[in-house]
Each structure stands twice: as C-alpha cells, then as structure tokens.
Design a protein around this ligand. Structure first.
Ligand code: SAM
Length: 215
C-alpha cells in the first residue's frame, strides 16, 4: 500500500523545490492536493512520478514540474481572474483555484470536462467554472483575464487570447511544432506584447480554430 501523502511530499522536495520553484503558496498547494485522485486507479502508483500520465481520450495530465513551472510563470498573488485552456484531469485547475480568486477553465472533450468538474466540486473548489468548448476562442464574456494558461501545444499564439488579456496580464503557452514546443510567457504592456522563452517542452496538441486543425 503506497503512502500517498509521504510520496507527495517527496515529489515536491525532489522534483519541484530542488529544481528552483520558489513560490511558497504554489509549493503548499502541491503538498496539499491529492494528485493521485486525478488519475485512474490503475495509475495512482505513478501519480507522483516525474512524467506525464495518460488520462484517457488520448490526453495526459502534465508532469508535476511542468505544472509548477507554468503556474509560477503566471505570477499569481491570489486576486487574479484566471483562464485555463485544457482542463484535462483538473489537477492544474485545482492548483490555480488555490492560488487565485476565480478560475475559468475550458476543455474541448466532454467526458474529461465532466469528470474534472465533478472532482473539483467534491474537493470544494467552488471558485472554478468549466466550459466545454474550443478554448482557442478564449472566454469573451468573462474577459479580461489577469492570467491565461494554455496546457496544450499551439502552432501560434491564438489572437483571441491576447485580446482577452488585461493590461499587465500574463499568458503562458507552449508554442511550436506538433510534438515539441517552447514555453512562452506573453505579457501585455502599454508598449505592446512582451514575449519570453522559458525553454523547451512537450505537450499534446491544442486543437481548434486558432490551434491545430486535427489531432
Ligand atoms: N492541465 C491538465 C491536467 O493537469 O490534467 C493537462 C491537460 S492536457 C496536457 C491538454 C488538454 O487540452 C487536453 O485535455 C485536451 O483535450 C485539451 N485541449 C486541446 N485543445 C483544446 C481546445 N482547443 N480547447 C480546450 N481544450 C483543449
């Protein structure tokens, strides 16, 4: 029988803190959130391993370090309205819910969205709204957002997401080829858009009008 709380603390020490993640609230959230409950039972013994895992529908829950890196890059203080594209398992959504005021999350695959919504409400994350839609359009009615995170790889930065960023807002998104991308932080400033390359990454495709056309 695996001691999940102990394994989770070890994961945070060895994969998150030791690689330079410093945000204390993020570290606390990763210590608290039971990641193993966001994957199917047969894979729970790998939930704290240093890699992504399948969640069905040919999709994945991201590697814990990638979740931490992307979240830290959003520079959350607790007051933000956040948009997430690619709810997937809902694990990243739970982290965002701990670190911001309100999270709007979009998933294009219905069964994943429904499962994540149920789990997040069971855990008491009532500051989360999940919509089934093509997230490359963003969530116009709820914009502007202080932070936007895209957890799937895109050939380009979807224009609607830049439009829906608040002034000073941050968008974190993997951009590049189908199977390998660079992680970018895009900040909206009075002088235009500032782009920073945070390094290489590997994500499933962002599929939609302003992403990839097909799987
Ligand atoms: N953050 C998730 C987690 O912690 O489980 C991992 C998400 S997985 C790497 C990427 C997700 O993006 C998949 O669930 C996929 O269905 C979703 N996705 C891809 N294109 C999308 C789109 N246009 N709109 C919304 N979701 C999309």
């Amino acid at each position: 029988m695996i001691d999940f709380p102990k394994t989770r603390l070890k994961m945070v020490e060895e994969q998150i803190i030791s690689r330079g993640i410093k945000d204390a609230k993020l570290i606390a959230a990763m210590k608290k959130i039971p990641r193993h409950l966001f994957v199917e039972e047969a894979l729970q013994n790998q939930a704290y391993s240093d890699h992504p895992l399948p969640i069905g529908e040919k999709q994945t829950i991201s590697q814990p370090y990638m979740v931490a890196l992307m979240t830290e890059a959003l520079l959350l203080t607790g007051k933000e309205k956040v948009l997430e594209i690619g709810t997937g398992s809902g694990y990243q959504t739970a982290i965002l819910a701990e670190l911001s005021e309100k999270v709007f999350s979009i998933e294009r695959i219905r069964p994943l969205a429904i499962r994540a919504r149920k789990l997040l409400y069971e855990f008491g994350y009532f500051n989360v709204e999940i919509k089934i839609f093509d997230g490359t359009f963003g969530w116009m009615e709820e914009s502007p957002f202080d932070a936007i995170i895209v957890t799937a790889g895109s050939p380009d930065i979807p224009e609607p997401l830049i439009d829906q960023l608040a002034m000073g807002g941050r968008l974190v998104i993997p951009v590049g080829e189908a199977f390998v991308q660079d992680l970018f932080r895009v900040t909206k400033t009075e002088d235009g858009v500032k782009k920073e390359d945070l390094g290489g990454c590997r994500f499933v495709k962002l599929i939609g009008k302003y992403g990839w056309e097909t799987e």
